[in-house]
Design a protein around this ligand. Structure first.
Ligand code: BGC
Length: 745
C-alpha cells in the first residue's frame, strides 16, 4: 500500500513537473520560427491578397515573401504552384493559407444561413458545415469566412440573408454549430476548414439597413445583443475572427482596440487570427478616422488586427512605423505568432500541397440527401387555410407558375461562387420527376425572372390556373437581390409578381404561394390572396425536391422564423425582444381610419404603435405551422423562488393532437420584469426540437442557469438582479404557457 502511494506520489510530482515546464509543442515551433524571421518576412505573413486576375504579380510577390494568405484561388493545380513558390522558393518556406468565402456550401449548396437558422436544428447545421469543409478542402482551401453571426432585424439589409437572424442566442447556437462542422474535431485534419466569425461587430445594426453604414450601439446593446453570438463562437473554438466595415459610435471596428483587444483577446482569451475585412483598414481614411494609410496601419495594428485583407496598408506601412518608433516590433510579433499558430494548427507545414489526383468529393449522394434534409427543415409554413396543404389525392392537376419555379441558379442564393446550377433540383423538375405520374402539371413560368415586368404571359398563366385544381405560385427574389451591398428600400415582391398573383386569383382556385428570397419580403397585400404560404428562403441545390415533398406531405414542415416578419417595411426595425416602453400598444388603439376628418388635436391612442401598421409583425419570431397541431399543457416550474446561484427547471407537456407524426420546435422565453436597466419583453433562452407521433405526448424540460438570467448592466457588469421573472414555454414568441418565479438575494 505504502509502495503504491509512493509511486503515485512520484508520478504525480513528475506529471506536475512536466505540466509546469513543458510548452505546447505548437507554441515552441511558433517561437522558433518567429525568432528566425526578418521584419520583412513577418510583415509579409500579415498580408492577404486576392488571386483573381493578379497571377503574374502574385507569383513574384510570394517569392519576395510578401504574402501570408491568398484568397479566391480554387484551382488545385494553380494553388499547388503558388504553394510551391512559398515552400520552395522563399527563405523559410512558410506555406500559404488559402481562403475563400464558402458561406453555405462549396459545391453542394445548402440553404442560405438565414434559412439554416429557420431549421432551429444545430445538428444539421453542423453536418452541413462538415460537408462544406470536405468539399472545399479537397481543392486546397483551408480557411473560410463563415459563419456570419451579425445579429440583425433589418430585412432591407441584403446581408441579412447571410445571418442567423435577429436573436443573439439562436445566432450563437447556430454559428457555433457551423464552426464545429467546418473545423471538425481537429484543425490539423486535412478536411478541416478554419472558420471565421464575422463581422466583429455590430454590422447588422447598420443604419437604415444600408450596407457599410454607420452604427450607434450602446454598451448595453453591444454586450447583451451584438457580442453574444461572437462569445459563443470563441467558446466553440472558432479559429479566426474578421473585423467589420462599420463604425460604432464614431470608431471604425478595424481600429477599435476596446473591441478587439480588451474584449476579444483579453476578456475572452481568443488566440486565433484576427483578419480585417476587405480593405477595411485603409477604409478608415474614407471614414474620416485616419489621415492617411500610415495612420490607418497604426490604428489597425494597435487594434490587434493580424492580417490585412487586400488593403496593402501593412505591407507598405508597418516597417516605417517601427522605424519611426510609432509602434513596437513586438506588436508585429504578436500578430505573426497568431498567424503561424494557425498554420501549424492546420498542419500546413507538414501538408502544404493538395493531391490533385484524388477524386473530388463533390455532390456525393449523402451530401445531396443532407442538403435536401436541411432545405426541408428550413422551410417555414406560414399559412395553411383550410388545410390546403399537403396536397391530397383529390388534387389531379396543378398549375406551376412564377419566376422561381424553375430557377436553378437563383434557388442557390447569395454568396455562391462554386456551386453549379446544373446540379440544382428545381421545384418544377422535382414535381415532374417525383409526382408527375400522379398529377397533371400545367407549367407556365410567365415571368423570366423576379424583376421581369413583361405581362404578356399573364393570359397563358390564367388559362393554366383555370385548368388546374390548385395553383402553385413560385414567387420571390433572384439570388443577386440579397447579399453584400444588395439592400432594398422597398422589400416587396419585385417586378409584376404581385399583379400576376392578382391575375391568378381570377381563376377561383386555391393558391399556394412558395417564396424563395434572401429576406422576409413585404407581402401583407398578397397574403390574403393565397390559401397557403411556404417560405423557402433560397434553399440551395436540393431545395426543389424538399419543396415538392413538403407540398405533397412526404415531409411535414417544421421550420420556424429566425426573424420577426415585418408587415410593412416602415415597421423596421421590428424585433420580438424589444423593450416595453412607458406606453406599450393596446390591441384596441385607434387606427388611421378610426379618425374622423378634421378631427381636433387630441390624445388619441398615445401609445407606441403606427396608425397604419399597428405594432404587430406579419408573423412573430419563432412562428411556423405544421400539418398537425400541438397542444402545450401542464407548465411546471421547479420552485417559485430561487437564490442567485440556483438553477430552475421549467417543463410542460406537448401533445401532437393531429393525425400525422411531426416535429415541433419548443421554445423557452423569459422576461426580467424590472431591473436596474430595462430588460426586453421576451428573451429566447433555449429550445428543443421534438418529434411526436400522432397523439403522442412528451414532457419537455429546460434548465435555466443563473447565467441565463443575468445581463450586462450599464457599469459593464454581468449581473443577476433579484426580482420577478416571467417564463414561457411556447410554440413561438407571441404565444405560450406563462409562469412566474422570483430570484431572491
Ligand atoms: C465581405 C466579407 C468577405 C470578404 C472577402 C467582404 O466584402 O464583407 O464578408 O468575407 O469580402 O470576400
Amino acid at each position: 500500500m505504502f509502495y503504491k502511494n509512493f509511486i503515485l506520489a512520484l508520478v504525480s510530482i513528475g506529471l506536475f513537473a512536466s505540466c509546469s515546464t513543458t510548452k505546447d509543442p505548437i507554441e515552441e515551433k511558433v517561437e522558433k520560427l518567429l525568432s528566425r524571421m526578418t521584419l520583412e518576412e513577418k510583415i509579409g505573413q500579415m498580408n492577404q491578397l486576392n488571386s483573381e486576375g493578379a497571377f503574374d504579380d502574385l507569383h513574384e510577390r510570394i517569392k519576395r515573401g510578401e504574402v501570408g494568405s491568398v484568397l479566391n484561388e480554387v484551382d488545385p493545380k494553380t494553388l499547388n504552384e503558388l504553394q510551391k513558390i512559398a515552400v520552395e522558393e522563399t527563405r523559410l518556406g512558410i506555406p500559404i493559407l488559402f481562403a475563400r468565402d464558402i458561406i453555405h456550401g462549396y459545391k453542394t449548396i445548402f440553404p442560405i444561413p438565414l434559412g439554416q437558422a429557420a431549421s432551429w436544428n444545430p445538428k444539421l447545421v453542423e453536418e452541413a458545415g462538415r460537408i462544406t469543409a470536405i468539399e472545399a478542402t479537397s481543392v486546397g482551401i483551408r480557411w473560410t469566412f463563415a459563419p456570419m453571426i451579425d445579429v440583425s432585424c433589418d430585412s432591407r439589409w441584403g446581408r441579412i440573408a447571410e445571418s442567423m437572424g435577429e436573436d443573439p442566442f439562436l445566432s450563437g447556437t447556430m454559428g457555433a454549430a457551423m464552426i464545429k462542422g467546418l473545423q471538425g474535431n481537429d484543425l490539423s485534419d486535412p478536411t478541416s476548414l478554419a472558420a471565421c466569425a464575422k463581422h466583429f461587430v455590430g454590422y447588422g445594426a447598420t443604419e437604415g439597413g444600408r450596407d457599410y453604414n454607420t452604427t450607434h450601439i450602446s454598451n448595453e446593446q453591444l454586450r447583451n445583443t451584438y457580442l453574444v453570438p461572437f462569445k459563443a463562437a470563441v467558446d466553440a473554438g472558432c479559429a479566426t475572427f474578421m473585423t467589420s466595415f462599420n463604425e460604432i459610435n464614431g470608431v471604425p471596428c478595424s481600429g477599435n482596440p476596446f473591441l478587439t483587444k480588451d474584449i476579444l483577446r483579453k476578456e475572452w482569451g481568443f488566440d486565433g487570427v484576427l483578419v480585417s475585412d476587405w480593405s477595411s483598414i485603409t477604409e478608415m481614411i474614407i471614414h474620416g478616422y485616419c489621415k492617411d494609410s500610415l495612420e490607418a496601419t497604426e490604428k489597425g495594428i494597435n487594434a490587434g488586427i493580424d492580417m490585412d485583407m487586400m488593403g496593402e496598408a501593412y505591407i507598405s506601412g508597418l516597417k516605417k512605423l517601427i522605424e519611426d518608433g510609432k509602434i513596437k516590433e513586438s506588436s508585429v510579433d504578436d500578430a505573426v505568432r497568431n498567424i503561424l499558430r494557425l498554420k501549424f494548427r492546420l498542419g500546413l507545414f507538414d501538408n502544404p500541397y493538395i493531391n490533385i489526383n484524388r477524386s473530388s468529393p463533390f455532390y456525393e449522394k449523402a451530401f445531396l440527401e443532407k442538403a435536401k434534409k436541411i432545405a426541408a427543415q428550413s422551410v417555414v409554413l406560414l399559412k395553411n387555410e383550410n388545410s390546403v396543404l399537403p396536397l391530397t389525392e383529390s388534387v389531379k392537376s396543378i398549375a406551376v407558375i412564377g419566376p422561381l419555379a424553375d430557377a436553378a441558379h437563383d434557388q442557390m442564393g447569395t454568396w455562391v461562387f462554386d456551386g453549379e446550377k446544373e446540379h440544382s433540383v428545381t421545384p418544377m423538375q422535382a414535381l415532374k420527376d417525383r409526382y408527375g405520374d400522379k398529377v397533371k402539371i400545367n407549367y407556365v413560368k410567365t415571368l423570366t425572372h423576379s424583376r421581369d415586368a413583361n405581362k404578356s404571359g399573364f393570359g397563358d398563366a390564367l388559362a393554366a390556373a383555370k385548368a388546374s385544381d390548385v395553383i402553385l405560385f413560385f414567387a420571390g427574389e433572384e439570388s443577386i437581390l440579397s447579399g453584400e451591398a444588395r439592400c432594398r428600400a422597398d422589400i416587396s415582391l419585385p417586378g409584376v409578381q404581385s399583379e400576376l398573383l392578382s391575375e391568378l386569383k381570377k381563376a377561383g382556385k386555391p393558391i399556394v404561394m412558395i417564396i424563395m428570397a434572401g429576406r422576409p419580403v413585404e407581402i401583407y397585400k398578397e397574403l390574403p390572396l393565397v390559401n397557403g404560404l411556404l417560405y423557402a428562403w433560397h434553399p440551395g441545390t436540393m431545395g426543389g425536391l424538399a419543396i415538392a415533398e413538403l407540398l405533397f406531405g412526404d415531409i411535414v414542415p417544421s421550420g420556424k422564423l429566425p426573424i420577426t416578419y415585418p408587415a410593412m417595411v416602415g415597421q423596421i426595425p421590428i424585433y420580438y425582444n424589444h423593450k416595453n416602453t412607458g406606453r406599450p400598444p393596446l390591441d384596441d388603439s385607434p387606427r388611421i381610419n378610426d379618425i374622423s376628418p378634421e378631427a381636433p388635436q387630441m390624445s388619441l391612442g398615445n401609445r407606441s404603435y403606427y396608425l397604419d401598421a399597428g405594432d404587430k409583425p406579419l408573423f412573430p419570431f419563432g412562428y411556423g405551422l405544421s400539418y398537425t397541431t400541438f397542444e402545450y399543457k401542464n407548465l411546471k416550474i421547479s420552485k417559485s423562488e430561487i437564490g442567485k446561484t440556483e438553477f430552475l427547471t421549467v417543463s410542460c407537456t406537448v401533445t401532437n393532437t393531429g393525425k400525422i407524426k411531426a416535429t415541433e420546435v419548443v421554445q423557452l422565453y423569459i422576461r426580467d420584469m424590472y431591473a436596474s436597466i430595462t430588460r426586453p419583453v421576451k428573451e429566447l433562452k433555449d429550445f428543443s426540437r421534438i418529434c411526436l407521433d400522432a397523439g403522442e405526448t412528451k414532457e419537455v424540460s429546460f434548465t435555466l442557469s443563473p447565467e441565463q438570467l443575468s445581463f450586462w448592466n450599464n457599469d459593464n457588469q454581468f449581473v443577476l438582479e433579484p426580482g420577478d421573472f416571467k417564463v414561457w414555454i411556447a410554440t413561438n414568441s407571441a404565444d405560450g404557457l406563462e409562469g412566474e418565479f422570483k430570484v431572491i438575494s
